[in-house]
Design a protein around this ligand. Sequence first.
Ligand SMILES: Nc1ncnc2c1ncn2[C@@H]1O[C@H](COP(=O)(O)OP(=O)(O)OP(=O)(O)O)[C@@H](O)[C@H]1O
Ligand SMILES: [Mg+2]
Length: 251
Amino acid sequence: MNKILIESLSLQYSDGTESLRNVSMEIPANAITVLFGPAGGGKSTLLRCLNRLNDLADVQVVEGKVLIDGENILAPQTDVIALRRKVGMVFARPVVLPMSIRANLTYGLELAGEKRRSKLDEAVERSLRLAALWDEVKDRLDDPAIALSGGQQQRLCLARSLALQPEIILLDEPTSGLDPISTGKVEAALQELKKDYTIVLVPHSVQQAARTADYAAFFLQGELIEYGEGSVIFTAPKEKRTEDYITGRFG
Ligand SMILES: Nc1ncnc2c1ncn2[C@@H]1O[C@H](COP(=O)(O)OP(=O)(O)OP(=O)(O)O)[C@@H](O)[C@H]1O
Ligand SMILES: [Mg+2]
């Protein structure tokens, strides 16, 4: 089932940079869809369109539609707060709040009005388990989050977005600063999460793209060049430009 449908999406920043050109793609639920390609290709821009984070950037023109569960979220009447709860995001550098591990996870829920301790405790455990961090932190939930390793902080950020029970998780190079072991843990968590969520990932390397992608979309200078099953894209791409990129001939 398609969770997200992108229809002829074009985006231009105010300085005239055309960052997405007529992009159309379907993103299924319960799978990892990877957006990959060289720097400046529009991957982050596209990801930010999916939860309207581009509203905060200097965007001049947006054309086309982004349908989530059949609703065009680019429409002006969209409840952006509700949208961002439904579509969580994890960034390249973990930004933990200067509070305890537990408070990092309950903060958003408390802001949303949840006061019941049992509900909050439940959310803490559930989200930490989902992010494959529970075993490492269950005995130190009141320690400052800043004392965690980089890899643990990144999984805490993932847990924090999961605490709000999103349906879609966007991840922009979530393991770019992590060692291979931490990277492996994040990737393993994503493989588990895809059973229940729609995951859109911008990987930090072609290798990671190939390891994680159920579906893969290759972007070059704002254009979607090729899109299909990961197993096909990374072994027998149709487009020469895709092949050149994944075999390291450019980018
Ligand atoms: N806030 C912004 N204002 C103006 N131009 C921007 C802004 N953000 C991105 N761009 C431009 O849009 C184009 C696409 O950028 P984007 O960050 O989406 O690419 P990317 O594929 O994520 O690249 P990278 O792999 O380096 O992260 C680039 O030309 C970039 O300079
Ligand atoms: Mg980017």
